[in-house]
Design a protein around this ligand. Structure first.
Ligand code: NAD
Length: 294
């Protein structure tokens, strides 16, 4: 079997187009321009690249960008004061504080200070709780993208066996909640799981969110499985250059899986697209307007 490649780039581009359409509708019919505030503290190069691509995507979708850069020496009080100002600003529909924060700042305290209605990362305990009890919530972006990609390969996930490898608050746990909401039968595996290959062989849907290059081998997969690879791992490539690989050994897996996301070009592009979608959802909720039909 040669797996179908799930083209995250194309699916994300379609989603971004739909979001841009919703933004235009909100402006035209309601005079509302969704605004995303991105707060970057310090000079982490990976965070700077990520924040730049977010701001570019925000502008392309027709939304109002609003970027704040604080020095690495900023105090927790300064960050909390900025979050309070953004909570109160009606032009701001979504607030994203780029993680990780410098060590003098308690990330959980900052996340908890964000208005849950503006929590477009979906990390606030209120949104985590609402997601887990099946109430409408702003759900984390990468997990939302993973489920959209899985659904692009299988129209319904109901009754399917899903195995999620990884139990982080950012990916593993929320993606498991979202799969449960789609009526999949979900197992969460982690570093202490016994006989991971055998567990994976049960999976109709396998989500790998581990951070270990090519840990998941082809013979761990059920033939025909849908494989969503969240991992981003930089490894040595040919000619002394580095390259990015996922958590799944792609060349082996594509001979067994029914559908698989590539790395790069799979889950990655979905994260920003879902962030834009969450910002539009937040703008609608804040203005008591109907949620977008996307
Ligand atoms: P994390 O380090 O917080 O969590 C990793 C999880 O993997 C842990 O729960 C751990 O128990 C589990 N794990 C580690 N070794 C294992 C093993 N040998 N067997 C089974 N489980 C094991 O990482 P994270 O933030 O969840 O990110 C996971 C990966 O996804 C990373 O490569 C990260 O870069 C990537 N990521 C990608 C995106 C994107 O937009 N594509 C977004 C977030 C994270």
């Amino acid at each position: 079997m040669t797996a179908a490649i799930i083209d995250g780039k194309a699916i994300a581009a379609t989603l971004r187009g739909k979001v841009a359409g919703e933004v235009a509708r909100l402006k035209r019919d309601h005079g509302v321009t969704p605004g995303l505030a991105v707060v970057l503290v310090g000079n982490d190069p990976a965070s700077e690249v990520y924040v730049r691509s977010k701001s570019k995507a925000v502008v392309e979708a027709g939304m109002a960008p609003c970027d704040f850069k604080l020095p690495a020496t900023a105090s927790e009080q300064e960050v909390l004061a900025l979050v309070a100002r953004l909570n109160a600003d009606p032009a701001v529909s979504g607030i994203l504080v780029q993680l990780p924060l410098p060590p003098q700042i308690d990330s959980q305290k900052v996340i908890a200070a964000i208005d849950p209605m503006k929590d477009v990362d979906g990390f606030h305990p209120v949104n985590v709780g609402r997601l887990s009890i099946g109430l409408p919530a702003l759900a984390p972006c990468t997990p939302t993208g993973c489920v959209m990609l899985a659904k692009s390969a299988r129209s319904s996930l109901a009754g399917l066996e899903a195995v999620v490898i990884g139990r982080s608050n950012i990916v593993g746990k929320p993606v498991a909640q979202l799969l449960l909401a789609e009526n999949a039968t979900v197992t969460i595996a982690h570093s202490k799981t016994r006989d991971l290959p055998d567990l994976c062989r049960r999976a109709d849907i396998l989500i790998a969110a581990i951070g270990k290059p090519e840990l998941v081998r082809g013979d761990w997969l059920k033939p025909g499985a849908t494989v969503i690879d969240v991992g981003i791992n930089r490894v040595a490539g040919e000619g002394g250059k580095s390259k990015i690989v996922g958590d799944v050994a792609f060349d082996e897996a594509r001979n067994v899986a029914g559908a698989i996301t590539p790395v790069p070009g799979g889950v990655g592009p979905m994260t920003i697209a879902c962030l834009l979608l969450n910002t539009v959802r937040a703008a609608c909720a804040l203005n008591k307007l109907q949620a977008p039909s996307v």
